[in-house]
Design a protein around this ligand. Structure first.
Ligand SMILES: [Zn+2]
Length: 444
Protein backbone atom coordinates (compact mmCIF):
# COMPACT_ATOMS: atom_id res chain seq x y z
CA UNK A 1 0.00 0.00 0.00
CA UNK A 2 1.22 3.47 -0.78
CA UNK A 3 0.89 6.17 1.74
CA UNK A 4 -2.22 8.19 1.80
CA UNK A 5 -3.05 11.74 2.82
CA UNK A 6 -1.59 13.68 5.65
CA UNK A 7 -4.56 13.30 7.88
CA UNK A 8 -4.37 9.56 7.54
CA UNK A 9 -0.66 9.60 8.31
CA UNK A 10 -1.16 11.75 11.39
CA UNK A 11 -3.82 9.33 12.56
CA UNK A 12 -1.53 6.38 11.87
CA UNK A 13 1.29 8.02 13.77
CA UNK A 14 -1.00 8.72 16.68
CA UNK A 15 -2.38 5.21 16.67
CA UNK A 16 1.12 3.81 16.61
CA UNK A 17 2.22 6.11 19.36
CA UNK A 18 -0.77 5.12 21.44
CA UNK A 19 -0.09 1.45 20.91
CA UNK A 20 3.64 1.58 21.44
CA UNK A 21 3.37 3.76 24.47
CA UNK A 22 0.71 1.98 26.39
CA UNK A 23 2.55 2.78 29.57
CA UNK A 24 2.25 6.49 28.95
CA UNK A 25 -0.49 7.75 31.19
CA UNK A 26 -0.90 11.30 30.14
CA UNK A 27 1.25 13.65 28.19
CA UNK A 28 1.78 14.95 24.75
CA UNK A 29 3.29 13.63 21.59
CA UNK A 30 4.58 15.22 18.45
CA UNK A 31 4.28 13.69 15.02
CA UNK A 32 6.92 14.81 12.52
CA UNK A 33 7.02 13.60 8.97
CA UNK A 34 10.25 12.58 7.19
CA UNK A 35 9.48 11.61 3.63
CA UNK A 36 6.67 9.11 4.01
CA UNK A 37 7.56 8.09 7.51
CA UNK A 38 7.11 9.63 10.89
CA UNK A 39 8.92 10.44 14.03
CA UNK A 40 6.76 10.51 17.06
CA UNK A 41 8.20 12.33 20.04
CA UNK A 42 6.69 11.82 23.45
CA UNK A 43 7.31 11.94 27.15
CA UNK A 44 7.60 8.98 29.39
CA UNK A 45 6.67 9.51 32.99
CA UNK A 46 9.09 7.84 35.45
CA UNK A 47 8.22 7.45 39.12
CA UNK A 48 10.91 6.78 41.66
CA UNK A 49 9.78 7.07 45.27
CA UNK A 50 8.04 10.40 45.67
CA UNK A 51 9.79 11.88 42.63
CA UNK A 52 8.21 12.02 39.18
CA UNK A 53 10.50 12.56 36.20
CA UNK A 54 9.76 13.16 32.56
CA UNK A 55 11.90 11.66 29.83
CA UNK A 56 11.62 12.84 26.29
CA UNK A 57 11.75 10.03 23.71
CA UNK A 58 11.40 9.57 19.98
CA UNK A 59 9.89 6.61 18.17
CA UNK A 60 10.24 5.94 14.47
CA UNK A 61 7.00 5.03 12.76
CA UNK A 62 6.60 4.01 9.14
CA UNK A 63 3.79 5.23 6.95
CA UNK A 64 1.58 2.27 7.74
CA UNK A 65 1.70 3.10 11.41
CA UNK A 66 4.19 0.41 12.36
CA UNK A 67 6.44 1.62 15.15
CA UNK A 68 10.06 0.57 15.00
CA UNK A 69 10.56 1.30 18.64
CA UNK A 70 12.55 4.06 20.17
CA UNK A 71 15.49 5.67 18.50
CA UNK A 72 18.91 5.03 19.99
CA UNK A 73 19.97 7.65 22.52
CA UNK A 74 22.50 9.43 20.30
CA UNK A 75 20.15 9.64 17.34
CA UNK A 76 17.45 11.04 19.58
CA UNK A 77 19.87 13.66 20.92
CA UNK A 78 20.94 14.64 17.41
CA UNK A 79 17.36 14.91 16.35
CA UNK A 80 16.43 17.02 19.32
CA UNK A 81 19.18 19.47 18.55
CA UNK A 82 18.15 19.47 14.90
CA UNK A 83 14.60 20.25 15.74
CA UNK A 84 15.75 22.73 18.29
CA UNK A 85 12.76 24.29 19.85
CA UNK A 86 10.28 21.48 19.53
CA UNK A 87 11.06 19.65 22.77
CA UNK A 88 10.88 22.98 24.57
CA UNK A 89 7.49 23.68 23.13
CA UNK A 90 6.32 20.38 24.45
CA UNK A 91 7.99 20.76 27.85
CA UNK A 92 6.36 24.11 28.37
CA UNK A 93 2.91 22.90 27.53
CA UNK A 94 3.10 19.55 29.22
CA UNK A 95 1.17 19.21 32.38
CA UNK A 96 0.24 15.95 34.10
CA UNK A 97 -3.06 17.41 35.18
CA UNK A 98 -4.07 18.38 31.67
CA UNK A 99 -6.59 16.03 30.22
CA UNK A 100 -7.42 17.94 27.07
CA UNK A 101 -5.98 17.33 23.69
CA UNK A 102 -3.65 20.03 22.44
CA UNK A 103 -2.71 20.73 18.89
CA UNK A 104 0.32 22.74 17.96
CA UNK A 105 2.23 23.36 14.79
CA UNK A 106 5.95 23.73 15.23
CA UNK A 107 7.82 26.04 12.90
CA UNK A 108 10.26 23.84 11.07
CA UNK A 109 11.78 24.20 7.64
CA UNK A 110 9.49 22.86 4.95
CA UNK A 111 11.36 21.63 1.88
CA UNK A 112 10.51 23.49 -1.33
CA UNK A 113 10.73 22.25 -4.88
CA UNK A 114 11.14 24.33 -8.02
CA UNK A 115 8.75 22.55 -10.39
CA UNK A 116 8.87 23.17 -14.15
CA UNK A 117 6.24 21.94 -16.60
CA UNK A 118 7.41 22.39 -20.19
CA UNK A 119 4.37 22.18 -22.44
CA UNK A 120 4.09 22.71 -26.19
CA UNK A 121 2.43 26.10 -25.69
CA UNK A 122 2.97 27.13 -22.06
CA UNK A 123 5.80 26.54 -19.62
CA UNK A 124 4.78 26.69 -15.97
CA UNK A 125 7.21 27.48 -13.19
CA UNK A 126 5.99 26.77 -9.68
CA UNK A 127 7.23 26.60 -6.14
CA UNK A 128 5.72 23.55 -4.45
CA UNK A 129 6.31 22.30 -0.93
CA UNK A 130 7.00 18.72 0.08
CA UNK A 131 3.36 18.03 0.79
CA UNK A 132 2.35 19.10 -2.75
CA UNK A 133 0.99 22.55 -1.86
CA UNK A 134 1.66 25.26 -4.40
CA UNK A 135 3.28 28.38 -2.99
CA UNK A 136 3.91 30.28 -6.21
CA UNK A 137 2.87 30.03 -9.87
CA UNK A 138 4.22 31.66 -13.02
CA UNK A 139 3.91 30.80 -16.67
CA UNK A 140 5.26 31.97 -20.01
CA UNK A 141 4.86 31.02 -23.66
CA UNK A 142 7.22 28.14 -24.41
CA UNK A 143 10.22 29.53 -26.31
CA UNK A 144 13.23 27.91 -27.96
CA UNK A 145 14.95 27.13 -24.65
CA UNK A 146 12.15 27.00 -22.08
CA UNK A 147 14.16 25.53 -19.20
CA UNK A 148 16.77 28.28 -19.56
CA UNK A 149 13.97 30.87 -19.41
CA UNK A 150 12.41 29.12 -16.41
CA UNK A 151 15.76 29.12 -14.60
CA UNK A 152 16.11 32.89 -15.12
CA UNK A 153 12.58 33.41 -13.88
CA UNK A 154 13.22 31.37 -10.72
CA UNK A 155 16.45 33.20 -9.85
CA UNK A 156 16.28 34.04 -6.14
CA UNK A 157 13.40 31.68 -5.33
CA UNK A 158 13.97 29.58 -2.23
CA UNK A 159 14.04 25.86 -3.07
CA UNK A 160 15.95 22.69 -2.23
CA UNK A 161 15.52 20.59 -5.37
CA UNK A 162 14.25 20.91 -8.93
CA UNK A 163 11.73 18.73 -10.78
CA UNK A 164 11.04 18.98 -14.52
CA UNK A 165 8.20 17.40 -16.48
CA UNK A 166 8.62 17.96 -20.21
CA UNK A 167 6.88 17.24 -23.47
CA UNK A 168 8.64 14.42 -25.22
CA UNK A 169 10.13 12.38 -26.52
CA UNK A 170 12.98 13.08 -24.14
CA UNK A 171 16.36 11.52 -23.48
CA UNK A 172 16.83 11.46 -19.73
CA UNK A 173 20.32 9.97 -20.11
CA UNK A 174 21.43 13.21 -21.77
CA UNK A 175 18.90 15.45 -20.05
CA UNK A 176 17.45 16.78 -23.30
CA UNK A 177 14.07 16.98 -24.97
CA UNK A 178 14.91 14.99 -28.05
CA UNK A 179 12.34 15.61 -30.76
CA UNK A 180 9.34 17.44 -29.31
CA UNK A 181 7.10 17.74 -32.38
CA UNK A 182 4.91 20.70 -31.39
CA UNK A 183 7.25 23.01 -29.45
CA UNK A 184 8.99 26.07 -30.98
CA UNK A 185 12.28 24.18 -30.72
CA UNK A 186 12.33 20.41 -31.27
CA UNK A 187 15.37 19.86 -29.10
CA UNK A 188 16.42 21.76 -25.97
CA UNK A 189 18.28 21.12 -22.71
CA UNK A 190 16.26 20.07 -19.68
CA UNK A 191 19.06 19.93 -17.11
CA UNK A 192 22.07 22.11 -17.96
CA UNK A 193 20.35 25.48 -17.39
CA UNK A 194 19.40 24.31 -13.88
CA UNK A 195 22.89 23.26 -12.75
CA UNK A 196 23.67 26.82 -11.63
CA UNK A 197 21.42 26.29 -8.58
CA UNK A 198 23.55 23.43 -7.25
CA UNK A 199 20.46 21.42 -6.23
CA UNK A 200 19.36 17.93 -7.15
CA UNK A 201 17.49 17.84 -10.47
CA UNK A 202 14.86 15.28 -11.45
CA UNK A 203 13.51 15.02 -14.98
CA UNK A 204 10.78 12.97 -16.62
CA UNK A 205 8.39 13.04 -19.53
CA UNK A 206 5.30 15.12 -18.66
CA UNK A 207 2.68 12.38 -18.41
CA UNK A 208 5.16 10.13 -16.60
CA UNK A 209 5.67 12.93 -14.07
CA UNK A 210 1.89 13.44 -13.80
CA UNK A 211 1.40 9.73 -13.05
CA UNK A 212 3.97 10.00 -10.26
CA UNK A 213 2.31 13.16 -8.93
CA UNK A 214 -1.04 11.39 -8.66
CA UNK A 215 0.69 8.42 -7.01
CA UNK A 216 2.59 10.50 -4.44
CA UNK A 217 0.12 13.34 -3.77
CA UNK A 218 -3.23 12.10 -5.12
CA UNK A 219 -4.12 10.14 -1.98
CA UNK A 220 -5.49 7.22 -4.02
CA UNK A 221 -3.95 4.65 -1.67
CA UNK A 222 -3.01 2.17 -4.41
CA UNK A 223 0.25 0.82 -5.81
CA UNK A 224 -1.02 0.34 -9.36
CA UNK A 225 -2.12 3.51 -11.07
CA UNK A 226 -2.20 4.67 -14.66
CA UNK A 227 -2.57 8.27 -15.78
CA UNK A 228 -4.19 9.25 -19.07
CA UNK A 229 -4.30 12.75 -20.47
CA UNK A 230 -6.55 13.70 -23.36
CA UNK A 231 -5.91 17.26 -24.47
CA UNK A 232 -3.92 18.50 -27.49
CA UNK A 233 -2.43 15.02 -27.60
CA UNK A 234 -3.00 11.74 -25.81
CA UNK A 235 -0.46 10.62 -23.21
CA UNK A 236 -0.13 7.87 -20.65
CA UNK A 237 1.99 7.24 -17.57
CA UNK A 238 1.96 4.21 -15.30
CA UNK A 239 2.98 3.16 -11.82
CA UNK A 240 3.06 -0.63 -11.53
CA UNK A 241 3.59 -2.18 -8.09
CA UNK A 242 4.88 1.16 -6.87
CA UNK A 243 7.41 1.40 -9.70
CA UNK A 244 7.22 4.31 -12.15
CA UNK A 245 7.75 2.91 -15.64
CA UNK A 246 10.46 4.89 -17.46
CA UNK A 247 12.06 2.96 -20.34
CA UNK A 248 15.65 3.34 -21.56
CA UNK A 249 15.38 7.05 -22.32
CA UNK A 250 12.25 7.92 -20.37
CA UNK A 251 9.72 7.32 -23.12
CA UNK A 252 8.04 4.11 -21.99
CA UNK A 253 4.31 3.90 -22.47
CA UNK A 254 3.87 6.50 -25.20
CA UNK A 255 0.52 4.87 -25.71
CA UNK A 256 -0.95 7.89 -27.47
CA UNK A 257 1.00 6.58 -30.46
CA UNK A 258 -0.29 3.06 -30.07
CA UNK A 259 -1.84 1.89 -33.37
CA UNK A 260 -5.51 1.41 -32.53
CA UNK A 261 -6.53 0.74 -36.13
CA UNK A 262 -3.89 -1.16 -38.07
CA UNK A 263 -5.53 -0.71 -41.49
CA UNK A 264 -6.15 3.02 -41.16
CA UNK A 265 -4.65 5.55 -43.56
CA UNK A 266 -5.33 8.51 -41.31
CA UNK A 267 -2.01 9.91 -40.04
CA UNK A 268 -1.10 11.15 -36.59
CA UNK A 269 0.84 14.42 -36.04
CA UNK A 270 3.90 12.21 -35.43
CA UNK A 271 3.69 10.73 -38.94
CA UNK A 272 2.47 7.25 -37.98
CA UNK A 273 -0.90 5.93 -39.17
CA UNK A 274 -3.87 4.76 -37.11
CA UNK A 275 -2.65 6.07 -33.73
CA UNK A 276 -4.95 6.66 -30.77
CA UNK A 277 -3.83 10.32 -30.72
CA UNK A 278 -4.64 10.67 -34.43
CA UNK A 279 -8.30 9.91 -33.69
CA UNK A 280 -8.68 11.44 -30.24
CA UNK A 281 -6.09 14.20 -29.66
CA UNK A 282 -7.40 17.76 -29.71
CA UNK A 283 -4.89 18.95 -32.32
CA UNK A 284 -6.05 16.26 -34.76
CA UNK A 285 -9.79 16.41 -34.10
CA UNK A 286 -10.74 19.12 -36.67
CA UNK A 287 -8.82 17.29 -39.44
CA UNK A 288 -10.13 13.88 -38.43
CA UNK A 289 -13.70 15.19 -38.11
CA UNK A 290 -13.56 16.21 -41.78
CA UNK A 291 -12.04 12.90 -42.92
CA UNK A 292 -14.53 10.96 -40.81
CA UNK A 293 -17.49 12.71 -42.43
CA UNK A 294 -16.08 12.41 -45.98
CA UNK A 295 -15.50 8.67 -45.56
CA UNK A 296 -19.21 8.33 -44.78
CA UNK A 297 -20.40 10.59 -47.57
CA UNK A 298 -21.54 13.23 -45.06
CA UNK A 299 -20.96 16.96 -45.11
CA UNK A 300 -19.16 18.10 -41.95
CA UNK A 301 -19.79 21.63 -40.69
CA UNK A 302 -16.67 23.86 -40.72
CA UNK A 303 -14.70 23.58 -37.48
CA UNK A 304 -11.49 25.25 -36.33
CA UNK A 305 -10.88 23.47 -33.05
CA UNK A 306 -11.75 20.34 -31.10
CA UNK A 307 -13.99 22.47 -28.92
CA UNK A 308 -16.03 23.47 -32.02
CA UNK A 309 -16.79 19.79 -32.63
CA UNK A 310 -17.89 19.18 -29.05
CA UNK A 311 -20.02 22.33 -29.19
CA UNK A 312 -21.78 21.06 -32.34
CA UNK A 313 -22.36 17.76 -30.57
CA UNK A 314 -23.88 19.50 -27.55
CA UNK A 315 -26.14 21.48 -29.91
CA UNK A 316 -27.42 18.25 -31.48
CA UNK A 317 -25.55 18.23 -34.81
CA UNK A 318 -25.94 14.77 -36.37
CA UNK A 319 -22.47 14.44 -37.90
CA UNK A 320 -20.88 15.59 -34.66
CA UNK A 321 -22.99 13.05 -32.75
CA UNK A 322 -21.69 10.20 -34.96
CA UNK A 323 -18.18 11.51 -34.57
CA UNK A 324 -18.40 11.74 -30.78
CA UNK A 325 -19.80 8.21 -30.65
CA UNK A 326 -16.69 7.06 -32.50
CA UNK A 327 -14.45 9.24 -30.27
CA UNK A 328 -15.91 7.48 -27.22
CA UNK A 329 -15.16 4.08 -28.77
CA UNK A 330 -11.60 5.07 -29.67
CA UNK A 331 -10.95 6.14 -26.07
CA UNK A 332 -12.67 3.02 -24.78
CA UNK A 333 -10.30 0.85 -26.84
CA UNK A 334 -7.33 2.87 -25.57
CA UNK A 335 -8.48 2.55 -21.95
CA UNK A 336 -8.90 -1.21 -22.39
CA UNK A 337 -5.34 -1.36 -23.76
CA UNK A 338 -4.13 0.48 -20.64
CA UNK A 339 -5.96 -2.08 -18.49
CA UNK A 340 -4.38 -5.09 -20.14
CA UNK A 341 -0.93 -3.48 -20.29
CA UNK A 342 -0.67 -2.30 -16.68
CA UNK A 343 -3.54 -3.88 -14.72
CA UNK A 344 -4.11 -0.69 -12.70
CA UNK A 345 -6.45 -0.35 -9.75
CA UNK A 346 -7.09 3.27 -10.62
CA UNK A 347 -7.01 5.03 -13.99
CA UNK A 348 -6.64 8.76 -13.38
CA UNK A 349 -7.81 10.80 -16.36
CA UNK A 350 -6.79 14.42 -16.92
CA UNK A 351 -6.22 16.86 -19.77
CA UNK A 352 -8.44 19.75 -20.79
CA UNK A 353 -10.70 17.84 -23.21
CA UNK A 354 -11.29 14.95 -20.80
CA UNK A 355 -11.99 17.23 -17.87
CA UNK A 356 -14.42 19.47 -19.77
CA UNK A 357 -16.33 16.48 -21.20
CA UNK A 358 -16.34 14.11 -18.27
CA UNK A 359 -19.67 12.53 -19.26
CA UNK A 360 -18.00 11.27 -22.46
CA UNK A 361 -15.06 9.87 -20.49
CA UNK A 362 -17.50 8.00 -18.26
CA UNK A 363 -19.19 6.62 -21.35
CA UNK A 364 -15.80 5.51 -22.69
CA UNK A 365 -14.90 3.87 -19.36
CA UNK A 366 -18.16 1.98 -19.46
CA UNK A 367 -17.69 0.93 -23.05
CA UNK A 368 -14.06 -0.14 -22.38
CA UNK A 369 -15.36 -3.19 -20.54
CA UNK A 370 -16.44 -4.84 -23.77
CA UNK A 371 -12.83 -4.83 -25.03
CA UNK A 372 -11.45 -6.51 -21.93
CA UNK A 373 -10.73 -10.21 -21.68
CA UNK A 374 -12.88 -12.10 -19.20
CA UNK A 375 -11.38 -12.12 -15.73
CA UNK A 376 -9.60 -8.76 -16.05
CA UNK A 377 -11.20 -6.27 -13.70
CA UNK A 378 -11.42 -2.77 -15.15
CA UNK A 379 -9.83 -0.03 -13.07
CA UNK A 380 -11.82 2.68 -11.33
CA UNK A 381 -11.77 5.67 -13.71
CA UNK A 382 -11.33 8.89 -11.75
CA UNK A 383 -10.71 12.57 -12.42
CA UNK A 384 -7.16 13.93 -12.13
CA UNK A 385 -6.70 16.06 -9.03
CA UNK A 386 -4.43 18.94 -9.97
CA UNK A 387 -5.96 20.61 -13.05
CA UNK A 388 -3.52 22.91 -14.83
CA UNK A 389 -0.86 22.10 -12.23
CA UNK A 390 -0.91 18.36 -12.95
CA UNK A 391 2.55 18.14 -14.53
CA UNK A 392 4.15 20.68 -12.16
CA UNK A 393 2.85 18.77 -9.15
CA UNK A 394 4.19 15.60 -10.78
CA UNK A 395 7.59 17.22 -11.33
CA UNK A 396 7.66 18.19 -7.65
CA UNK A 397 6.74 14.61 -6.70
CA UNK A 398 9.80 13.35 -8.61
CA UNK A 399 11.97 15.40 -6.27
CA UNK A 400 10.04 14.73 -3.07
CA UNK A 401 10.02 10.96 -3.57
CA UNK A 402 12.39 10.07 -6.41
CA UNK A 403 11.24 6.88 -8.11
CA UNK A 404 13.78 4.04 -8.08
CA UNK A 405 13.45 3.71 -11.84
CA UNK A 406 14.54 7.33 -12.29
CA UNK A 407 17.54 6.91 -9.99
CA UNK A 408 18.59 3.84 -11.94
CA UNK A 409 18.21 5.29 -15.40
CA UNK A 410 20.63 8.11 -14.80
CA UNK A 411 18.97 11.10 -13.25
CA UNK A 412 21.35 13.71 -14.59
CA UNK A 413 22.19 15.35 -11.30
CA UNK A 414 22.24 12.88 -8.48
CA UNK A 415 21.97 13.78 -4.85
CA UNK A 416 24.51 12.00 -2.68
CA UNK A 417 23.04 9.11 -0.81
CA UNK A 418 23.40 9.14 2.94
CA UNK A 419 21.55 7.97 5.96
CA UNK A 420 19.95 10.27 8.41
CA UNK A 421 20.75 9.15 11.94
CA UNK A 422 20.98 5.53 10.86
CA UNK A 423 17.32 5.46 9.88
CA UNK A 424 16.26 3.61 6.75
CA UNK A 425 17.19 5.54 3.61
CA UNK A 426 14.90 8.39 2.79
CA UNK A 427 14.38 9.76 -0.63
CA UNK A 428 17.36 11.69 -1.83
CA UNK A 429 15.72 15.09 -1.97
CA UNK A 430 14.96 14.81 1.70
CA UNK A 431 18.33 13.19 2.43
CA UNK A 432 20.14 16.12 1.03
CA UNK A 433 18.03 18.68 2.79
CA UNK A 434 17.24 16.60 5.73
CA UNK A 435 15.11 18.65 7.76
CA UNK A 436 11.94 17.33 8.58
CA UNK A 437 8.49 18.12 7.36
CA UNK A 438 6.24 19.06 10.19
CA UNK A 439 2.69 18.17 10.41
CA UNK A 440 1.30 18.68 13.80
CA UNK A 441 1.61 18.01 17.44
CA UNK A 442 -1.08 15.95 18.95
CA UNK A 443 -1.89 15.22 22.52
CA UNK A 444 -2.31 11.64 23.66
ZN1 LIG B 1 1.39 9.21 -33.35
Amino acid sequence: MGCVGEEEAVKAARRAALGALASLRRGEAIAVRIGEDWLVGFYKVKHSGSETRLEFKWAYVDCKGVAFGELPQDAAAALESLLGAIPDIIKRSWSPAQAELKLKRPRVHLGMILAIDVGATWTRVELIDESGRIARREKFRTDISPVETAARLAEGWPFDAVGVGSIGPIDIRRGWAAAAPNAPSHSFPLVDPLRRFGKPIYVANDTVAAAWGEYVFGGWGVDNLAYLTISTGVGVGAVVNGCLLMGKAGNAHELGHMPLKFDADFKCGCGGAGHWEAFAGGANIPRYFKAFAEARGLKAPEVKSAEDVFKLYREGDKVAALFVEQWISVNAAGMAAISVAYDPEVLVVGGSIALSHWDLIEAAADSAKRYLPGGVDPPAVVKAKFGDDEVAVGAAALAVKPPESLKNSGTPAKAPSKLLFGLPPLNSAVEDYPVVVPLGVGGL
